[in-house]
Design a protein around this ligand. Structure first.
Ligand code: F6R
Length: 241
């Protein structure tokens, strides 16, 4: 594992964008796994800037998002589909047919999840997967539990996740109770992992993450078993280390 502590969110975002950009420059047809949430917003803005400046080409890139609320319409401003177009896809030259996001509108979530794993396999697997961490240690929407699911699946969101994500909705009871998420199998199957952790409110889970134990009760701790993991933190998130 490679760990880097940045001064602040801006620096962390620049470093994250640099890692993603280098991956795409080295392998223009990279398969990227992408996260949503507050953490990657500035990183996606930096990648969009690189494209605008002519420094980065997404034309051959394929993407798979980690998760999506369920059920949710794509045109809901809180959907992860909307988030990705808003923050990245509409600003760069990625091909629509190369974009994959779990379908929050599906009537058959089990079949959609199985098809998602198959699509990742058919694309040759993920070259680089970007991750954030929940305040409860979740990764994607793999919430703390006695056992974790390997495959992409429908999951029930933790009360703490609903609480944390309520900041994006008008009211807490608008946060969907379920989500579709890549399982821990697809996540650990990525060739490289990049975990970004920013902010004071992540300090406690960061301390747990580096406690020296691995547990499905802190799903992110499983990432420490991956042979190519980079964790980029800012000082606020690292303050209890
Ligand atoms: C989002 C995702 C989640 C977030 C995590 C942190 O696609 O998979 O695991 O990465 O909840 O969210 P923020 O960045 O909003 O603190």
């Amino acid at each position: 594992m490679y760990r880097m502590i940045c001064r602040n969110y801006e620096e962390l975002s620049r470093v994250g964008a640099h890692v993603m950009a280098e991956q795409v420059k080295r392998k223009p047809d990279s398969v990227l796994g992408l996260a949503t949430g507050g953490t990657p917003v500035a990183m996606y803005a930096a990648l969009s800037d690189m494209y605008r400046r002519g420094d980065l080409d997404f034309s051959r890139v394929t993407t798979f998002n980690l998760d999506e609320y369920y059920p949710i319409r794509k045109d809901n401003r809180q959907s992860y589909d909307f988030f990705m177009w808003d923050n990245l896809f509409s600003h760069v030259n990625i091909s629509r047919e190369n974009i994959h996001i779990p379908n929050g509108e599906t009537k058959n979530p089990e079949a959609a999840c199985a098809a998602y794993d198959e699509a990742v396999r058919a694309a040759g697997g993920l070259d680089l997967l970007l991750l954030g961490i929940g305040v409860n240690g979740h990764i994607g929407f793999n919430e703390p539990a006695p056992a974790l699911t390997l495959a992409t699946h429908v999951t029930e969101l933790d009360a703490s996740t609903i609480e944390a994500n309520a900041r994006f909705f008008a009211q807490k009871d608008e946060v969907p109770r379920h989500a579709l998420t890549m399982g821990i199998g697809a996540i650990m199957g990525a060739r490289r992992l990049l975990l970004l952790i920013s902010g004071d409110n992540k300090a406690a889970v960061v301390k747990k993450l580096f406690s020296g134990a691995v547990s499905t009760e802190t799903p992110a701790s499983l990432l420490l078993l991956h042979p190519d993991l980079t964790i980029v933190l800012d000082e606020a998130a690292a303050r209890l280390l």
